[in-house]
Design a protein around this ligand. Structure first.
Ligand code: NCD
Ligand code: ZN
Ligand code: ZN
Length: 433
C-alpha cells in the first residue's frame, strides 16, 4: 500500500481534554462510536470524556462499565473523568483504581444537573485528591449567583437567547476561578479551569500562576470567535454554559493564549439533537453544541490568516494538554502510546463547514456555513490510520485505548499549610507586641 503526503503537513494529533460523548445514558445525542468518529475527522487522536453520563461516573463500578463501552467502540484514544462532589469524596481511591484521567468538579449547574459542592466540601475533596497527583478540572461558575439571576429574569418574562447570557455574567466565573485557586493553593491540588469564556477570568488565573499554584486553563473556539451578534442568527443553538459573551472578550482570550495564561484549546463538544436545540422556551433548550471535529479547521484558519504560527497551534492543541495531564514523554524516554498519533492536514484547503456533514449525531451547531482554511485529510492513532481521505477506516472501531495507563502525575504538595498560617499570625505586629 502506498501513501502520498505531498502538500500535507503532519501535526501531532490534537488532544481534546473536554468532550461529552453521552455514553451511556444519552446515546440518542452521541455515543462513543459516533463521538470518536467525529474526533478522527477533526484530527483529534485523544479525547477526555466528561462524567455527566447516566449514571454519573462517581464510583468504581460505573467507571468500569464505561471503560467497557469505550474500549469496544472508540476509534481514537481516550481518558475518562470522574465526578468529584460532596458525596463522592470517599470514592476517590476506588475511582483512581478503576482508571481515570482526572476529576471533574461542577461548581455551577449545567447539563445533567449534577449537585454542586459547598466550598467546605471542595476543600476536603481537594485535600483528598492532592496526594494522588490527579488534576481536578473545574466547571467554574458559582451556582447561587446564577440561580438568583435566572429566577429574576424568568419572573420578568425574559425568553430570548440573550437572557441566558444575562443570567450567567462573567463575575460568576471570575469569582469561581479565584475561589478554586485559593483552595488549590492551600491543599496542593492541581487544577484546570474549563471553558474560560471571558477576559476577566484571566486576572485570577494569572495571579494564581504567579503565586505558584499548579493551575491551567482552556478556552474553546466559540469563546474566541463568536459574540453577542451571533445570538440573533443562532437563537437557541448558541445556548451553552458558560455563555458566548460580548465580542469584546474575543481579543483578550486570544491574547491570553498567546502569552501563555491560557494553556490550551478544548472544545466542550456537547451534542444535543436539533429538536433539543430549537425549543421555543429558551430556558428549556439543552446547553452546548458539537465541536470536536471543527476545532482544528477553525483554528488553522487563523494560522492561514497569519494571526499565529502553526507551532503555537500545536502547543495549544497537543503539547500542553499532554504535559498538563502527564502524557508527555520525558527527554530521552519512549512513552508507550505517545507514538504516531498524527493529523495529516492540508493547510491551504478552503472549504465550508456544514452541520449536515458532521460525523457527530448532533448535526446542529453555530458553525454551519462558516468558511475555513485547513482540512484534516488523514488521522493516525498509534501508527494506524483511523480516518483516511475523509473516510473512516474499516475495523478501527475498538482501536482506541484509555491513556490513564500511561499517565505519570507525581504527588502534589501544597504551597501553604496550617503551620505556614501559624507563622504568618505569629509575625503580625499585634502578636509581637
Ligand atoms: C455541557 C453538556 O451538555 O454536557 N453543556 C454545556 O453547555 N457546556 C456541560 C458543561 O460543560 O457544562
Ligand atoms: Zn462545563
Ligand atoms: Zn463540558
Amino acid at each position: 500500500e502506498t501513501f502520498d503526503a505531498t502538500s500535507l503537513h503532519i501535526l501531532p494529533g490534537a488532544i481534546d481534554v473536554h468532550v461529552h460523548f453521552r455514553d451511556p445514558g444519552y446515546t440518542h445525542k452521541e455515543d462513543f462510536e459516533s463521538g470518536t468518529a467525529a474526533a478522527a475527522f477533526g484530527g483529534v487522536t485523544t479525547v477526555f470524556d466528561m462524567p455527566n453520563t447516566i449514571p454519573t461516573v462517581a464510583d468504581g463500578e460505573t467507571l468500569k462499565a464505561k471503560h467497557a463501552i469505550a474500549s469496544s467502540k472508540a476509534h481514537v484514544d481516550y481518558g475518562l473523568y470522574a465526578v468529584l462532589g460532596e458525596d463522592t469524596i470517599d470514592k476517590v481511591p476506588e475511582l483512581i483504581e478503576a482508571g481515570i484521567i482526572g476529576f471533574k468538579c461542577y461548581m455551577g449547574n449545567t447539563f445533567g444537573r449534577i449537585p454542586t459542592p459547598s466550598t467546605g466540601a471542595m476543600l476536603e475533596a481537594f485535600e483528598m485528591v492532592a496526594p494522588t497527583g490527579k488534576r481536578i478540572s473545574l466547571h467554574a461558575e458559582t451556582n447561587s449567583v446564577m440561580e438568583r439571576r435566572q429566577k429574576r429574569l424568568t419572573e420578568s418574562g425574559r425568553n430570548d437567547p440573550l437572557a441566558h447570557l444575562a443570567s450567567r455574567p462573567a463575575v460568576v466565573a471570575v469569582e469561581a476561578v479565584a475561589r478554586a485557586a485559593i483552595l488549590a493553593e492551600w491543599t496542593g491540588a492541581r487544577i484546570h479551569i474549563l471553558h474560560i469564556s471571558s477576559g476577566a477570568e484571566l486576572g485570577p488565573l494569572r495571579d494564581a500562576k504567579a503565586r505558584g499554584v499548579d493551575i491551567t486553563g482552556e478556552t474553546c473556539p466559540h469563546y474566541l470567535m463568536l459574540g453577542e451578534d451571533d445570538y440573533a442568527r443562532c437563537r437557541g443553538i448558541i445556548r451553552v454554559n458558560p455563555p458566548v459573551r460580548e465580542s469584546v472578550n474575543n481579543e483578550p482570550l486570544w491574547a491570553g493564549l498567546l502569552d501563555g495564561t491560557i494553556d490550551m484549546i478544548a472544545t466542550d463538544h456537547a451534542p444535543h439533537t436539533p429538536e433539543e436545540k430549537t425549543r421555543a422556551d429558551i430556558w428549556s433548550v439543552d446547553c452546548g453544541f458539537p465541536g470536536v471535529e471543527t476545532q482544528m479547521p477553525l483554528m488553522l484558519t487563523q494560522v492561514a490568516a497569519g494571526r499565529y504560527d502553526i507551532r503555537d497551534y500545536v502547543r495549544w492543541s497537543a503539547v500542553n494538554p499532554a504535559k498538563v495531564w502527564g502524557l508527555y514523554p520525558k527527554k530521552g524516554a519512549i512513552l508507550p502510546g505517545a507514538d504516531a498519533d498524527l493529523a495529516f492536514v492540508d493547510l491551504n484547503h478552503a472549504w465550508t463547514l456544514r452541520d449536515a456533514d458532521l460525523q457527530s449525531r448532533s448535526k446542529i451547531s453555530p458553525w454551519d456555513g462558516r468558511g475555513v482554511v485547513g482540512l484534516p485529510r488523514h488521522t493516525m492513532v498509534r501508527g494506524r490510520f483511523v480516518m483516511k481521505d475523509r473516510a473512516l477506516v474499516a475495523d478501527t472501531k475498538g482501536h482506541g485505548r484509555s491513556v490513564h495507563a500511561i499517565q505519570q502525575m507525581p504527588e502534589a504538595k501544597p504551597l501553604h499549610t496550617d503551620e505556614t498560617m501559624a507563622a504568618v499570625i505569629a509575625h503580625r505586629p499585634e502578636a509581637a507586641a
